[in-house]
Design a protein around this ligand. Structure first.
Ligand code: URA
Length: 230
């Protein structure tokens, strides 16, 4: 494959951007400076370096992170973001949907826009399950209200939800939308307050219990397949 094609599809910008990297003497293949953008490289065996960092050739990146509290799901901010936790020099990656700064748990990170859209669009009816701890006892009528779909947020109705009660203060809440602060606002509608929130599942994908807070790993083939299946 041509070096400019490989770098462009690995997130190093357009072919024009890559041409500039080469002109600026920032690209090496097996320790040899690349001077032309049509140089052919072997993406599996060659050691390709840009600005002293090894290029990981992967057209699409799919990561699962156990998001810790205290990190924003934003590409750039003056505060800490989840991308500060990622060691590899992946380019153009983004979070698949967002979790609040104080929310923990399952966060997908990718550079595949279609994948993100298919999981996050409310039209696709994808289940997202949250472990929710609340401040005051959740009564049966509160649980019915959460399930009912009769709560209105942003002057609109929301879809019905699933609730699995753990005890008086803890539930698993499964929703198919991702409105701003949706879970917190649903709980507020029950005159209650979320004190701890963690996403534990998206579609069939459970948060890997071996991932500590702040850790991440690539999705396995079968996990990706299940997430992509209609
Ligand atoms: N709902 C919330 O209120 N916050 C989140 O982070 C996710 C869902």
């Amino acid at each position: 494959m041509r070096i400019d094609k490989l770098l462009a599809s690995s997130g190093y910008g357009s072919r024009k951007d890559v041409k500039k990297l080469i002109k600026d003497k920032k690209v090496y293949v097996n320790d040899v400076l690349v001077t032309k953008e049509d140089v052919k490289v072997d993406e599996v065996h060659d050691c390709i370096m840009v600005e002293q960092q090894r290029v990981i050739f992967q057209k699409y990146i799919y990561l699962m992170m156990n998001k810790p509290s205290g990190y924003l799901c934003a590409n750039e901010d003056t505060e800490a973001t989840v991308f500060d936790l990622i060691k590899e020099p992946y380019k153009n990656i983004f979070t698949v949907g967002r979790l609040d700064k104080d929310t923990e748990g399952l966060l997908l990170i990718s550079n595949d826009g279609q994948f993100a859209h298919n999981l996050m669009s409310p039209k696709k009816n994808i289940d997202k399950t949250y472990y929710v701890e609340v401040k005051n006892i959740l009564k049966d009528e509160d649980i019915e209200l959460l399930k009912s779909g009769s709560i209105r947020l942003d002057h609109e109705g929301i879809k019905e939800a699933k609730v699995d009660k753990i005890d008086d203060y803890h539930i698993y809440l499964t929703i198919q939308e991702g409105k701003y602060h949706q879970v917190k606002r649903m709980i507020k509608n029950c005159n209650n307050e979320v004190v701890y929130l963690k996403r534990v599942r998206i579609k069939d994908l459970q948060l890997d219990p071996n991932l500590s807070l702040g850790e991440y790993r690539s999705l396995k083939e079968e996990e990706l397949k299940k997430l992509k299946d209609d």
